[in-house]
Design a binder for this molecule. Structure first.
Ligand code: ZN
Length: 65
């Protein structure tokens, strides 16, 4: 069974919609919560090593006519 929240876990305001009650966050807070989560995913603490970004080393030093 899904837990039903009555107040926002972030700002503690009363949740009005069923969707918000299921999420535990109001619409605005949910968006912020998701944004934070995505940010964490981009920079996981366990992976502090450099992200393998392909270095664009354009050696286009072709023949200069
Ligand atoms: Zn909230």
């Amino acid at each position: 069974m899904q837990k039903i929240y009555t107040r926002c876990l972030r700002c503690n305001r009363k949740l009005r919609t069923e969707e918000s009650k299921l999420l535990g966050y109001g619409k605005t807070c949910w968006e912020k919560f998701n944004a934070q989560d995505n940010f964490k995913e981009l920079f996981p603490e366990s992976c502090l090593t450099r992200v393998s970004v392909p270095k664009i080393d354009s050696e286009a030093g072709g023949n200069n006519a």
